[in-house]
Design a protein around this ligand. Sequence first.
Ligand code: PLP
Length: 433
Amino acid sequence: MADQIKGDPHTASPGVGQVAWVNEMTRKRQSGPSLRLSGHGDAQAGWQSSTIAVHAGTHDDPTTGAVGTPIYQTSTFILGDDQYQAVEEGYARDRFIYTRYGNPSQWAVQEKLAALEGAESAIVFSSGMAAISATVLSMLDKGAHVVASNELYGGTYNLFHHELPSLGFSVSYVNPRDLAAIEAAIQPNTMLLYFETVTNPLLKVVDVPALGQIAARHKLRFVVDATFTTPLGMHPLEHGAHVVVHSCTKYLNGHSDLVAGVAMGARKHIDPIWPRLLAFGGCLDPHACFLLERSLKTLPLRMRAHAEGAQAVAEYLQTHPKVREVHYPGLPDHADHALAKRLLSNMGGMIAFAVESDAAALKLLNSLHLMRQATSLGGVETLVSLPFNTSHAAYTADQRTRLGIAPGCIRLSVGIEDPRDLISDLAQGLASL
Ligand SMILES: Cc1ncc(COP(=O)(O)O)c(C=O)c1O
């Protein structure tokens, strides 16, 4: 049914006749995905993040009084005059019509995420990559050029390197810490700056406010992937970003049991992303929305535990004779420590460190009892992986060294376990080398 809705300006390609119709229509834009489902009204404006995490968006069931958002496990909704009118007049994003268009479970988690991020509007997606691809493609006109970090998450790099050129877009990759190089890479057809808040795996901190100023000076759109820092670490929208994206698969969900993404920003930037969600189809299932919303209630608690654990583990690793280098922004001798202290209110749970060689790193991983060998990050359980055979396997050893990834580099996503147990697991593993 929803697939065949006629006259929806978001899904119809703007043919000649339709453009006139769209221009003539009276838009009744009303509160929608940023609607206060929670019933707390304006009270939430003054709340701290721990309170927002628990209450914003959460929608107590009006029928039974059950505390917490019900799972609206439905693909479609009964159509009445209001819904027909929303479709006819072009505000279908603000009504429940079909779950790819919107669903109360999505709205609830969108509202919580937007409140945590300080954003006006949010759209959740079926993965971080679905959020990133829909966002980027909503921001580029034909033939546009993008300036992006040369240390992007691999999936984003693949999108930029393989998919964007085949659609007629071009991308320049620059060192995210070199502001002069970023400015020099801007061309007359540049439309977008795309950066991550903290790089993987070496945890270089990116000067998001400085990039925001470059974007403003050159009238460019600016998208920031803040997966590593979360809304508890930084609010890129306050520093000039137009849209912030996250892989919710990581810290936001935090339990390694779902895959999801989100794009957030002012409604004028998020509305154009919505038709790409409809076209590419990456909507988030209501049950996953429920899990994500429930997980977000403990995000501030979890982020505190991740950062405290990571600080303790990093300090321990720094003193160990078999560890050659440790990268954690919370360490005073991390190259970006001063910037991290200025920009980040939570240093996160990611650490990179290096032992003697890739062979030694493999041996260490295989002798760990508590930490799990797995890719991904941000879960309550500590995960450990090696860039050389996971995220950076496509690079040669020489290329990895040039990126600063030393042989023997190990990536730790510190969970929320007691740091003393993590340290004793590492101690027995390092003793085997
Ligand atoms: C920084 C960053 N952005 C985006 C993604 C993609 O997220 P997803 O796996 O949810 O599609 C990842 C995944 O590892 C990531 O680390």
